[in-house]
Design a protein around this ligand. Sequence first.
Ligand code: ZN
Length: 55
Amino acid sequence: MAVPFRRVSKTAKRKRRTHDKIAAPTLLKCPNCGEYMVAHHVCKSCGYYKGVKVL
Ligand SMILES: [Zn+2]
């Protein structure tokens, strides 16, 4: 919500921003080729997703 910046204390602002960080993507080994891949994404090295050739 838009609030004049002096109305929000440093602590409240910092506490809100603790949730702003982005998490590192989950890396797992591809069950098809064994390469590391990002979870819920097509494998970049063999092009398989859930056992199906996509690329
Ligand atoms: Zn793969």
